[in-house]
Design a protein around this ligand. Structure first.
Ligand SMILES: *Cc1c(COP(=O)(O)O)cnc(C)c1O
Length: 761
């Protein structure tokens, strides 16, 4: 990005209110994440306010890294050699800058929107036209209010075609994107999710999407939306029939890929020269900067499907942001020994020193590279070879895998945040290995996302979090007697739930010589589990007041049935009882954090949010309330791979105890997942199912310790095919129901031996 603006030009483009200080250098590049700042000459830092992060808190950090120009919306302590542009709203200013930047180019700008497939369509158009025209496109899936602005700012003198993705999460946002993008051509991938679609819903979704296209000449889509009175637009429907020849050449057969390819090819055919060879080589998109554990305690980022220079920079930034001081290595494969490309690659990499970079056009030699403990980025033009390398570096585990979508967790947390007052804190419950996801991973991720507190069941879990470098305050709900020393040594905050335990704690603290240990008092308002009775409160408070060893930091209680509408009256009584305790305590001590609600409580009783809520299950996208469940995103995918396929003739039996007798010839697939992984035995003989090729395949015979057999008769299933246990077709809730339990138990009984990966979108 090179904007090449003088300060006064910049000032008017961001609708500045006031300049404080002066700057003589040109403004070239926008930065907003201080962790990603490398070189600072002519960069401008936008102090963006997000849900969790306020960029103003990072101005200092950006200054330390050398930035001297800042766009801010509130005044800060000023440095004499820096320049500040004060604006109303930093995001709006950035959007305005992007809009004026875009307007300066008279080129075709294609806006791509729809519920899914946007990134694929964009990347495939790029694949089909690169070499013919110079394309600027949104990096990764930068399609939000911020991402679109950043994408537009990458348009430059060379650009002959811009491909911009647009996605919205709230009504009304599309108009803002349209105003910025000013598209000349539209592509609509699809609308709404296929299953929950009714006519009204569809119309509404379409209206929102159409906001983007109010000024475009032609919209391309796969469906004829004329039935919905499309506002006199030139709609070109790309039909399967017209695309038959191209479809045959596709390297993928699934429907989603086919749809994306039809749009990309259809568009390219109309405006450019279509090279059919390129259809055969459309890349399988590894768009999520896949990150996994590698050999020698390394961490691998596999972004190897292409090497264009914009995405190289993004990948290096991502590597830097997750490296936490570990050594960074970049392995980059080039098609041929092209000196010019090699030079550009090194120029980009050199901005990220210190990094151990290896650019290859020949064979890749791992022996010379220090892999141990490093964070390794793989990127390259030679997709096959790079993929092989990725496999080689991958720590080998058995084929059943859990993949957690961290972006969805962040989204779910932001949904909670959006329903609370801005001063209300969020404690994230990470007990039981963070509901099976992984304690350390979740703890540090949630800290990064702006959680205020963490909660664990036992002090050992708190110790593990501290050893991982987590600084957030940590509540320990069951500090057993031998845990108090840990609480002290690792700065953990134990719960106090009875008078006896309080005394035990105090005498231990006297023995340890501790003072003012922060504690959270737990009151039983009707759950009838741990907790002091409200009538004991004044006595307990007196003890706490009198003992210098402890300090009352928080007071909490737990709702018994917040997720049952039929029990809302009972919940209201619990809230009232807690309120009366709050009043009583406040007369002693006004500096206490009061917290009552779990996930469902916070969602249904926002007026009972007090000073903090404690969320657990909601982070994983689960709620009994269907409206809320729509807003949250699922986090977990549980996948496996077919080990073997066989035909069983009628009359034979399958599995232990011969409990399944085959009535007519049946094809079964054997999948390496069993009750020792968390796939319960009660799912035997058709009570449970997995999905292959999007089709439900019921279990046949009993679930074994490490394996199941499923019925795949009539499906073209082969050894090595992917199996979905939880994912798009089977939600946790459905599997839980088949297991006759609740999603909490499904999550927490996922065995430790199942390999876990974490990705961000
Ligand atoms: C587990 C737990 C929570 C979190 O509950 P969710 O229903 O998962 O949101 C909150 N408070 C306490 C005391 C808990 O034990």
């Amino acid at each position: 990005m090179k904007l090449n603006l003088t300060l006064s030009e910049f000032f008017s483009r961001v609708k500045g209110l006031k300049v404080i200080g002066s700057s003589s250098s040109f403004v070239d590049e926008v930065v907003y994440d201080s962790r990603k700042i490398i070189s600072s000459k002519s960069q401008v830092f936008f102090a963006l306010k997000g849900d969790f992060r306020d960029g103003h808190a990072f101005v200092e950090n950006a200054y330390e890294k050398g930035v001297r120009l800042f766009v801010v919306q509130q005044m800060l302590e000023l440095k004499s050699d820096a320049c500040y542009v004060l604006v109303d709203d930093c995001l709006k200013s950035l959007q305005h800058l992007a809009k004026t930047h875009r307007a300066a180019f008279n080129i075709p700008v294609v806006a791509i929107t729809g519920s899914s497939g946007k990134t694929t369509v964009k990347e495939w158009i790029y694949h089909l036209v690169k070499g013919q025209v110079h394309v600027t496109r949104s990096p990764k899936s930068y399609n939000s209010q911020l991402g679109v602005a950043l994408s537009l700012l990458t348009i430059n003198e060379e650009t002959e075609l811009a491909l911009i993705e647009a996605g919205i999460s709230e009504p009304g946002e599309m108009a803002v994107l349209a105003d910025m993008i000013q598209p000349t051509i539209g592509i609509l991938t699809n609308i709404g999710s296929a299953h929950s679609e009714n006519f009204e819903n569809r119309t509404q979704h379409l209206r929102e999407k159409l906001d983007l296209f109010s000024r475009v000449l032609t919209i391309y889509s796969l469906e004829d939306y004329n039935d919905l009175a499309l506002l006199n637009k030139n709609l070109e429907v790309i039909t399967e029939k017209s695309m038959e020849k191209s479809i045959e050449l596709l390297p993928f057969k699934d429907k989603a890929s086919k749809n994306s390819a039809m749009l990309a090819i259809g568009f390219v055919e109309r405006y450019f020269r279509l090279d059919v060879e390129k259809i055969k080589s459309l890349p399988r998109l590894a768009l999520r900067l896949e990150t996994f554990e590698g050999i020698d305690n390394s961490l691998i980022i596999n972004d190897s499907y292409n090497l264009d220079l914009d995405s190289l920079k993004i990948a290096l930034e991502y590597q830097l942001s997750i490296s936490q001081g570990r050594e960074r290595v970049a392995l980059i494969g080039l098609n041929e020994d092209d000196q010019a490309v090699m030079k550009r690659v090194y120029e980009i990499i050199n901005q990220f020193q210190p990094i151990d970079a290896h650019v290859y056009s020949g064979e890749i030699k791992l022996s010379t590279i220090q892999l141990k403990d490093s964070v390794i980025l793989l990127k390259g033009q030679r997709a096959k070879q790079m993929e092989k390398l990725a496999q080689k570096l991958k720590l080998k585990h058995h084929k059943t895998q859990l993949a957690f979508n961290m972006t969805a967790i962040r989204h779910n947390l932001s949904i909670f945040k959006s329903k609370l007052a801005s001063s209300t804190k969020i404690l994230c419950m990470v007990k039981a290995q963070s509901y099976g996801v992984g304690l350390e991973k979740m703890g540090s991720f949630l800290e990064k996302c702006g959680a205020d507190y963490l909660g664990v069941a036992y002090s050992d879990e708190g110790v593990e979090l501290r050893k991982a470098g987590i600084k957030l305050p940590i509540l320990v709900m069951n500090p057993e007697e031998d845990g108090y020393e840990n609480c002290m040594a690792y700065n953990l905050e134990p719960a106090v739930y009875s008078q006896e335990q309080l005394e035990e704690l105090i005498s231990e603290l006297i023995y340890l010589g501790a003072e003012r240990m922060p504690i959270h008092l737990k009151i039983d308002t009707g759950m009838h589990r741990l907790g002091i009775k409200p009538e004991e409160l004044s006595e307990v408070l007196e003890v706490i007041q009198a003992q210098p060893e402890v300090q009352l930091k928080g007071v909490y209680s737990h709702l018994a049935a917040a997720d049952y509408p039929s029990n809302h009256l009972f919940t209201a009584q619990q809230i009232e009882l807690f309120k009366s305790c709050v009043e009583q305590i406040q007369s002693y001590n006004s500096d206490v954090i009061f917290h009552l609600c779990n996930s469902e409580g916070a969602l249904h009783f926002p007026s009972a949010q007090f000073d903090m809520i404690r969320v657990g299950i909601g982070l994983y996208g689960i709620s009994k309330d269907p409206v809320i469940s729509e807003q949250l995103k699922p986090v977990l995918e549980w996948k496996s791979v077919v080990s073997q396929v066989k035909e069983i003739p009628a009359g034979e039996s399958v599995g232990y105890g011969r409990s399944y007798l085959v009535e007519k010839n049946t094809v079964i697939a054997i999948v390496p997942v069993g009750y020792a992984d968390g796939f319960r035995r009660n799912l035997s003989n058709g009570k449970g199912a997995v999905y292959l090729k999007g089709q439900r395949c019921e279990t046949v015979g009993r679930v074994c310790m490490d394996m199941i057999m499923v019925n795949t008769t009539g499906l073209d299933v082969k050894e090595g095919d992917e199996v979905e246990i939880i994912g798009e077709h089977q939600k946790i809730e459905q599997l839980a129901q088949a297991m006759e339990t609740i999603p909490y138990e499904v999550l927490t009984s996922l065995s430790k031996r199942v390999y876990r990966t974490y990705f961000e979108e």
